[in-house]
Design a binder for this molecule. Structure first.
Ligand SMILES: [Zn+2]
Length: 369
């Protein structure tokens, strides 16, 4: 049987932004296929040349990617009437990416792929990101991070004097060996701070207002820098996009994945981490403090200040994504007790910068009666 333009067959289509498939009609032509999205308000026939399509066969179905970016794809089960014809149209050369990958990276990668594919299908995609993060080169992550930064802060007012002051305060505070950590202060009363993959840390002026001591700032930055260093933010973003994009990592098509993540950059603002990752960010953050001869008790002070001020203010994004629990406070105390020693106080220049920062963002008078 030959399918021509008059035969349209329903298929599941993922358009790259929605997590659920759309029902589309697919037609096969000589050198292109077309789809009509039946769920669109204004259904139009869109053509995709076979030369740009690729497919990946996994178990009982094929993922047919319609564009080199891997952004949109059809899921075609083996028993689907289009299966054989569609796959025969897309030349085998374009599907040999796996062999190329195998030749290039050998058996270890093959195993990683098999584990990832198995996990993807049988365990669920939420468990896959920690494994797949290892495939993403740090340089690529830093590049994306710069794009996230542009996109997510486009509607925010960066306070450049406060940003300069924080830069001054942290001049001798080393937070990462692998990533270029850059801190920006945003003028916003929301009590929030977040880390982006690749090294950007954004702190809202609202959280500076809650701080009494520079060690609390060092604690916050140690915590956020750990989210960067341990690639927590990247993992969290990967977990939040649909499983299909994980496959594009395996094809080494980082551009496709990068653009998808950038489209989802908003996730970073209110990203919630698991308790396990939060705990890790706390104690590794305290390790950063110790390495810099800063008293790790600043972490406990920060948590207690956030908790005490909690009822005073409605804008609490940070506590939503970083709930301060009794456990976190007692763990951070325990850490400090195990690491008593002599700590450096701020040098004159840093102290002056801290005082100037607090002049810009002083503590709010308590509304508690
Ligand atoms: Zn955190």
């Amino acid at each position: 049987m030959t399918i021509d333009a008059t035969t349209r067959i329903a298929c599941a289509y993922y358009n790259g932004s929605a997590a659920t498939p759309h029902n589309v009609e697919v037609s096969l032509y000589g050198d292109a296929l077309s789809i009509v999205d039946l769920e669109s308000e204004n259904p139009k026939e869109i053509y995709f040349p076979y030369s740009q399509c690729r497919y990946v066969k996994l178990e009982e179905q094929a993922f047919v990617y319609l564009q080199p970016s891997f952004a949109s794809y059809l899921v075609v089960p083996v028993q689907h009437p289009l299966y054989l014809q569609l796959l025969s149209k897309i030349s085998s050369e374009q599907t040999s990416w796996f062999q190329k990958l195998y030749k290039k990276n050998g058996i270890a990668l093959l195993f990683a792929f098999l584990i990832a594919a198995a996990a993807l299908l049988f365990i669920g995609y939420k468990t896959v990101p920690p494994l797949l993060v290892k495939f993403i080169p740090v340089q690529e992550e830093i590049k994306w991070g710069n794009q996230f930064y542009e996109s997510i802060l486009s509607d925010k007012e960066i306070d450049s004097s406060a940003t300069e002051l924080v830069k001054k305060i942290t001049e001798h505070y080393s937070m990462s060996t692998q990533y270029p950590i850059q801190v920006s202060v945003v003028n916003d009363t929301t009590v929030n701070a977040f880390a982006m993959p690749g090294g950007h840390i954004v702190i809202y002026s609202g959280i500076i207002c809650t701080m009494k001591h520079p060690d609390e700032l060092f604690a916050l930055l140690g915590h956020e820098a750990t989210h960067v260093n341990q690639r927590h933010s990247l993992q969290m973003m990967l977990t939040n996009i649909t499983s299909s994009y994980l496959l594009s990592i395996l094809t080494s098509d980082f551009n496709g994945l990068g653009s998808t993540l950038i489209g989802n950059a908003e996730l970073l603002r209110e990203l919630g981490y698991s308790r396990k990752l939060e705990a890790e960010a706390d104690w590794k953050g305290q390790e950063i403090m110790i390495q810099n001869k800063v008293n790790p008790a600043g972490m406990t002070q920060l948590m207690e200040a956030l908790q005490a001020a909690y009822s005073d203010n409605g804008n609490w994004s940070f506590l939503r994504s970083h709930p301060v629990t009794k456990d976190r406070i007692s763990e951070s105390k325990k850490f400090s007790q195990q690491h008593v020693g002599s700590f450096d106080s701020l040098q004159a220049e840093q102290q002056t910068a801290w005082e100037a920062l607090k002049k810009l963002y002083p503590e709010k008078p308590s509304s508690k009666k």
